[in-house]
Design a protein around this ligand. Structure first.
Ligand SMILES: [Mg+2]
Length: 138
């Protein structure tokens, strides 16, 4: 049976007694900073691996970055798969009316007339998020 990355990382957090918030909420500052340190560490390791160019090492560090990112979503109670699906929807809406990409001269993908930005606030509200004072709820 196939498990999503999110399910695997949730299993890890439960097995090791790490935080898994039941619904979206801003985590305690100390926990947020700790998660940011973990992610920065893995991004730095990825940069080192990329500089050396060993593909197995690059793959390992990419996996570590994604694993930590999913774990960080869990401590914030975010269903990251749903957020990624919304970002993907927005990215695909950059295609032109002819179904083809519009590229700038340097290769950057430009937004076509059908582009609709990701509405991450709506996704989080659907997951039970109630924005606090000063938090985005666009
Ligand atoms: Mg690593």
């Amino acid at each position: 049976m196939h498990s999503s990355i999110q399910d695997l990382v949730r299993d890890f957090h439960r097995a090791f007694g790490l935080d898994v918030a039941p619904r979206p909420a801003t985590a305690a500052l100390q926990l947020s900073l700790h998660r940011q340190d973990l992610l920065a560490e893995e991004v730095a390791e990825l940069a080192e691996a990329s500089a050396v160019g060993d593909l197995d090492h690059i793959a390992q560090e990419l996996a570590d970055v994604v694993y930590i990112a999913y774990g960080t979503a869990l401590v914030h109670g975010i269903d990251l798969d749903a957020v990624i699906a919304e970002v993907h929807r927005a990215n695909m809406s950059k295609l032109g009316p002819d179904g083809r990409p519009t590229l700038r001269a340097d290769g950057k993908v430009l937004k076509g007339p059908s582009y609709r930005a990701p509405d991450v606030s709506a996704v989080l509200r659907h997951q039970g998020w109630t924005p606090g004072p000063g938090e985005s709820s666009s």
